[in-house]
Design a protein around this ligand. Structure first.
Ligand code: UD1
Length: 338
């Protein structure tokens, strides 16, 4: 059974990916420092899969840890999720982001080279496109000047990986540029666990509906979109998790020295107000919201061209917005009970 090391394996996307790796017959090994996640996710994974797994509580900046793991296990590949991801926080504390997101990647790559671990899937973001000139945005679109230190770390990370692949013919890597991941596992055993006030839309919606927040601010209704609110490509986290399994299948088919990147989205744009309306429908209740001023740094609209991910990666989404919101809502209600 191939062993895949998942950094940030207790996180929102990491935990769902661990489940899908397990379903596809891989043995996931996890590393997480619980910097933005909880040990409860590990229990959730065990409940879903019925399996135990090896877990290292450690920081990816620790330069001993990968050496130790690669000595202890014959690792076939890595999925590198572990990173900070709050846009606003990155503006306030850029060095935290440059240190955590870049240093950990360099540390990982150095150890991959040392131990001849050759396959890497990297967690990137559609933020690299900024506000694209044409929509849907294809992978050929230029990478725009980053709007935030967080976005910059994703751009620089992709370049670090590409340059390392060029210099090291045995290394193979794929960056997955996620659009907006939402939802939760259908079992409600794992899901998103925002710390403090959620910055992202869907956790804010579900927390408002359950009474933790008083009302949702819809940031702007004067954009050049059909209803004036921003448009994004919301993707179910389970679909997103499955894309990582496909990425490994593709890497294993490729020649040495391969680097590529893919959009991971549905191909469909939805506005903030559409998300609110769809949530009201699936939850069977009205949501308390108001129109607030635009949020600094928001792009007006972005959604993915999915031709490359369909044709080259052999992956596409199966679950829609409604289903993602049903699962997010079930997860929020479970959190309330616990
Ligand atoms: C942002 C980042 C993305 C990153 C993701 C991770 C950018 C441009 N995007 O996505 O790279 O991967 O966070 O968390 O840097 N909204 C409201 N009210 C709220 C919250 C959000 O109206 O209380 C709106 C926003 O204005 C936006 C949409 O909902 O139009 C989605 O926002 P959010 O969930 O924060 O994601 P992004 O900003 O798209």
């Amino acid at each position: 059974m191939k062993k895949i090391l998942v950094t940030g394996g207790a996180g929102f996307i990491g935990s769902h990916t661990v489940v899908e790796l397990h379903n596809a017959g891989y043995e996931p090994i996890l590393i997480d420092n619980f910097g933005n996640s909880s040990p409860s996710a590990l229990q959730g994974i065990k409940h879903i899969t019925g399996k135990d797994f090896i877990f290292y509580q450690a920081d990816c900046n620790d330069n001993q840890v990968f050496d130790k793991i690669f000595k202890e296990h014959n690792i076939d590949g890595i999925i590198h999720f572990a990173a900070n991801k709050a846009v606003g926080e990155s503006v306030k504390d850029p060095l935290k982001y440059y240190h955590n997101n870049l240093n950990s990647l360099v540390n990982l790559l150095k150890n991959m080279l040392k131990h001849q671990v050759n396959n890497l899937v990297f967690s990137s973001s559609c933020t690299v496109y900024g506000q694209p000139d044409t929509l849907p945005v294809t992978e050929d679109a230029p990478v725009k000047l980053a709007e935030s230190p967080y976005g910059n770390t994703k751009q620089i990370s992709e370049e670090i990986i590409k340059d390392t692949c060029i210099s090291q013919p045995h290394l193979r890597a794929i960056s997955l540029r996620y659009f907006n991941p939402i939802g939760a596992h259908e079992t409600a055993e794992i899901g998103e666990l925002p710390i403090g006030v959620p910055g992202n839309l869907v956790p804010f919606i579900t927390q408002t509906a359950v009474g933790i927040r008083e009302k949702l601010s819809v940031f702007g209704n004067d954009y050049n979109t059909p209803d004036g609110s921003c448009v994004r490509d919301y993707i179910h986290v389970v679909d997103l998790a499955k894309a990582h399994v496909k990425a490994f299948e593709l890497l294993n088919k490729k020649q040495e020295g391969h680097y590529d990147f893919f959009n991971i989205g549905t191909g469909k744009g939805s506005s903030v107000l559409e998300v609110v309306k769809t949530f009201e429908k699936v939850a069977g209740q009205k949501l308390n919201y108001f129109i607030a001023p635009r949020r600094a740094g928001d792009v007006e609209k972005v959604y993915a061209a999915v031709d490359k991910s369909v044709n080259v990666l052999g992956w596409k989404t199966e679950l829609d917005l409604e289903r993602a919101l049903i699962d997010a809502w079930r997860w929020q209600q479970k959190l309330k009970q616990s």
